[in-house]
Design a protein around this ligand. Sequence first.
Ligand code: HEM
Length: 451
Amino acid sequence: MTTGEFSPNNISAKPINVEASRILKDASVASYETAKQAGGVSTFEIFNKKVITITNADLASLIQYDNEEYFGRSEAQKHILQGVVGKSILTQDGAAWKSLKGSCNNSLSRNNIEKYHQGTQLGLDSALKIQEKQEEEASLILKRYNFESIFVQTTTKVFLNADLTAAESAKLHNAYVELAALSANYIKYPVLMLMPSWMPHPTNIRMRLKSNTIDHVLKPIIKKAISKDTKTASLLRDMDEEVIREKRCPLKGKEHFSLLKSLYIAGIKTSAVTLEWIMMYLSEYPEYWSQLSTECLELYGTDYPDVENQADPECLGNIINETMRLSPTAPLIARKVINDCTVAGVKMKKKDIILISVYGIHRSPEYWENPEDFIPSRFSKPHNPKAYLPFQLGPHTCPGQHLARRMIATVLIRLAQFYDLEPIQGKSFEYEGNVVSVPKHAQNFRFVKRK
Ligand code: HEM
């Protein structure tokens, strides 16, 4: 991108009055509302910094597809994650990020679909076995914690080719849940972000302790996974080999932890919440659960699908896509301007903050017909690709999207083959959270085994 040369210069930003406290309290809702009120792009000042909020898909796309020269990671994201994972793909910019991103993209590619599927089957079986034991035989109740623990098991199987014991899984899972809760403190009390992560503040200390718990559980498993003596392959070993093959700097000691923790952090909560949102919509619209069950049984009977040779039922992809449109797990993309530029007529200065409202673009009548309605079949027809960004677009797009989609699809197919999903009365689709948006009121989803 060249400064001031973006054409056509047809987008204008409108100044909006907004209280700083409003943004700090709920940046994802506030950025949606301000950009919508401004007709696509709003600007306002907060603590002497200009904030630009965006629901215009063209502008959002130009920013996402741009290189690293003009836009960088937000300081908040870097600061919070640095304390948890140290130097890794989520916290680096420039050459270090590019190198790790290359390895993640190659190792987490769509070509590994069978591996993700196998890992998910095994992880799911062991997660459901633990769960079913605790329930009456004929039914299964899945809560937020269960969705997360399914993905702790499946992700570990996929990345490390290891089966966690129930105790290891619980330890790892609880440490992640607590880390996520502690990270929320930084958003709630932004003054914490002014403090380097090594400062002995109680939040920093607790972050470090939880992070150590994760290292402790993973250390022996990682060692085994990357050992040349281990016969069976794992994605972490693939990545290791890929890094050496491509003559990138090999991952050493702690860097394995950092990369793996980044992948767990980026992958488990997001996938689990997406599945939770899907269940919310499916229990609200039971006709789609019936359609999914019928089509899965027709295609696979009660066998596991052969994903290399069989396509998923069309309605499955549509349900996943439509859920991520209406309730994107990452509702907000935050960026910092690192060099002055003018993008499609919108002036941006170094240090300005950019908040792209994914939620707003996904619900804009400019890009979607009846945007507030749950209509999975809309994804059988083409849509404006700039207006659909649940995994973000451009070079920073999520490298785990194929894995996430496969894990979610395999879990849904398996449940739809055997269980009826009971409807839940009176639930709300309100969400909370800026980094990952979760249903404000968690539900217990009850599945009844078919005779
Ligand atoms: C449904 C589940 C998922 C959703 C909705 C999701 C969404 C996203 C989004 C929106 C970003 C861009 C964030 C930003 O730069 O502001 C992202 C980045 C990332 N995601 Fe995912 N993700 C999911 C699952 C996963 C999984 C399963 C993994 C890996 C196992 C993963 C690994 C990553 C990594 C490493 C990045 C950073 C990429 C970079 O900085 O270039 N994600 N994801």
